[in-house]
Design a binder for this molecule. Structure first.
Ligand code: ATP
Ligand code: MG
Length: 331
């Protein structure tokens, strides 16, 4: 059975893109993989988080993952900072990765924008920590959204250079599992920007704990053009906002985008948005309700994460200890 590792930052409440790009895939991969799911709190602090918010978001995120169908008794769910192997391997990788490689990372450029001098060095070396997250478990498959593809290619470069520098075939190559539908859900306010849980505008995203009214309002206010839905996908090419709504609909209704157009062509955005709202509410609202129930028992959530961390530690410790030995650290 292949081992999967995947993570999500407790930098906010998970949004629809996280669900379609990652979480939904995680749930189905549980059937035939050994899965390790991580709330990557160390990644979250690469941009400042209010401590109490970070704590709250970590717990809420654990509840959301369980509510979405992650099975923490058969698989592993924990928070990253509880297993020190991540930080230790990340330091080694900081010394393996070349600056030129990091300079090519588009996500750093997107997140730092023009003000790059004022961002943390953690944000810059984030992909090294991400490589360590995966390789500390020698995981071979990583289900992620399309935005993480470049970071996974870097993880493979790091693994290869480590193996080359220390003359051993130690770390495996990893394979990105990117969904075919809605691999990059776009912001509801700007069809050229990806939906993000850390975007300052809550109107730009649907959060997995939004209730039916909040979902309806956000979809009603979503940016669109003044046209109607066309008959073919080609006609959506330069209409990013319309294309995004169609692809969300398709992914949640398990249809192709063309099938959605076949059903709704000629319709204006008023009726289409109402139909989309129904589809989103049906998929998301049960997760919100179950999350609220799970958050009622904080002790149980904390125990679930603690147990997950112990099991994660048991896998990562021997691997990272061996990597440290290969580097020449006294053990
Ligand atoms: P942040 O803004 O803090 O970076 P985020 O919304 O990008 O938050 P992450 O925790 O960075 O979320 O990513 C968790 C997972 O969700 C990753 O696998 C990522 O590829 C996926 N993901 C994030 N945003 C989207 C999106 N808009 N569409 C599809 N997948 C996404
Ligand atoms: Mg992100």
């Amino acid at each position: 059975m292949q081992r999967i590792f995947s993570g999500i930052q407790p930098s906010g409440i998970p949004q629809l893109g996280n669900y379609l790009g990652a979480i939904r895939n995680w749930v189905s991969l549980q059937a035939d993989h050994e899965c390790i799911f991580c709330l990557v709190d160390m990644h979250a602090i690469t941009t400042w988080q209010a401590p109490e918010e970070l704590r709250r978001h970590t717990l809420t995120q654990a509840a959301i993952l369980l509510a979405s169908g992650i099975d923490a008794s058969r698989h592993i769910l924990f928070n990253q900072s509880a297993v020190s192997a991540h930080a230790r391997l990340a330091w080694i990788f900081n010394c393996v990765t070349r600056l030129g490689w990091l300079n090519r990372m588009t996500q750093f450029k997107d997140k730092a924008g023009k003000d790059r001098e004022n961002h943390s060095s953690g944000l810059y070396v984030y992909p090294n920590l991400m490589a360590a997250d995966i390789l500390a478990y020698k995981a071979t498959r990583v289900p992620v959204g399309e935005d993480q593809k470049q970071h996974l290619e870097l993880a493979n470069d790091i693994a290869q250079k480590f193996n080359h520098d220390y003359g051993v075939e130690f770390f495996p190559q990893v394979e990105a599992l990117i969904p075919t539908a809605a691999a990059r859900v776009m912001s509801l306010r700007d069809g050229t920007k990806k939906m993000s849980k850390s975007d300052p505008s809550a109107q730009s995203r649907i959060e997995l704990t939004d209730d039916a009214d909040a979902i309806a309002l956000k979809i009603r206010r979503a940016k669109t053009d003044t046209g109607v839905l066309p008959a073919t996908l080609e006609e959506l090419a330069d209409r990013p906002e319309a294309r995004n709504l169609v692809s969300i609909y398709a992914a949640l209704a398990n249809m192709s985008a063309q099938q959605v157009l076949d059903q709704h062509q000629g319709q204006g955005f008023g009726p289409f948005k109402a139909a989309l709202t129904d589809v989103v509410v049906q998929a998301i609202a049960p997760i919100g309700a179950e999350t609220t129930r799970l958050l009622g028992d904080e002790t149980h959530l904390l125990n679930t994460l603690r147990l997950g961390a112990q099991r994660a530690q048991a896998i990562a410790e021997p691997i990272v200890s061996e990597a440290e030995k290969l580097v020449g650290f006294l053990k």
